[in-house]
Write a protein that binds this ligand. Structure first.
Ligand code: COA
Length: 254
């Protein structure tokens, strides 16, 4: 079965991460499939809402770290804007239809920063959200350097980026990163219910409202600036040490 499963029902396009044995870590191939689904949803008049969900016990462990190593060694850390991850981020910046996320378990790295591009977020009370970019000797992405401090304040955002320790779902909702924190077994039902409600609202009004609330062009510009800093770090010896430490299941030595 594919690692990204897309199904559409009653105007809701569900994009489901389906790599549970790797905690839904996202590979370049998965970003490409998600880009295709988001772009198609944006273009299809019958698609009203995009819903991100995940198979298994975790929403996503973030970018696949083996992919980071492959990119670093194959191209000296260079990741052009045509790389699948950037194409996905661009598609999210351009999406003016509402996006909903259903988050259980771990949401790491882009597993968290993707939520900043969703309009309604449902988390499990015991979900664990983290953005450990500095632990990997990397820098924030997905316009999170702007959106996360904007959502929760500089000090909280800096702590999430720099210390990389997780917050639970209750805290995420209290800080404004999620609309609802519910029991883990309720997450998908609540998210589907909200997505269904959005799908029945006036679509032109929802899209116009979202466009007024978010400047997609600015977000894409920030994503590109972040990409330059991220790419520079990817090439650094400290990042290589962090990737090696992860694959060898040990703590990095910086
Ligand atoms: N990239 C590649 N593989 C990953 C991964 C990632 N981001 N996250 C988890 N995996 C793999 C593990 O290597 C492991 O593979 P294995 O069974 O072949 O050894 C499998 O998924 C299960 O992960 P494991 O670490 O055993 O599960 P856990 O429940 O103990 O911990 C996490 C879950 C998410 C806390 C932990 O896997 C983790 O910290 N992952 C890295 C997160 C990260 O830094 N992401 C990048 C952010 S920019």
């Amino acid at each position: 079965m594919s690692e990204i499963v897309v199904r559409t029902e009653d105007g809701v396009v569900e994009i489901r991460l389906n790599r549970p044995d790797k905690k839904n870590a996202i590979t370049q191939a998965m970003y490409a499939a998600m880009t295709e689904a988001v772009t198609a949803a944006q273009a299809d008049a019958t698609a009203r809402v995009v819903l991100f969900s995940a198979e298994g016990d975790s929403f996503s462990a973030g970018n696949d770290i083996a992919d980071f190593v492959a990119i670093s060694s194959a191209s000296g850390g260079e990741m052009g804007l045509d790389a699948p991850v950037f194409q996905f981020l661009k598609a999210m910046a351009e999406l003016d239809k509402p996006a909903v996320a259903a988050v259980r378990g771990r949401a790491v790295g882009i597993g968290l920063t993707l939520l900043l591009h969703c309009d309604l977020v449902v988390v499990a009370q015991d979900a664990l959200l983290s953005a450990p970019f500095v632990n990997l000797a990397l820098t924030p992405e997905a316009a999170s350097s702007l959106l996360l401090p904007h959502a929760i304040g500089h000090q909280r955002a800096f702590e999430l980026f720099a210390l990389g320790e997780p917050i639970d779902g209750v805290t995420a909702a209290a800080w404004g990163l999620a609309n609802r924190a519910v029991g883990a077994d309720q997450v998908e039902a609540v998210a589907r219910d909200l997505a269904g409600k959005l799908a029945r609202r006036a679509p032109g009004s929802i899209r116009a409202s979202k466009r007024l609330m978010r400047d997609g062009e600015r977000l894409w510009a920030i994503m590109q600036a972040e990409g330059a800093a991220f790419g520079a770090q990817m090439k650094s010896p400290e990042a290589m040490e962090a990737f090696m430490a992860f694959s060898q299941k040990r703590a990095p030595k910086f």
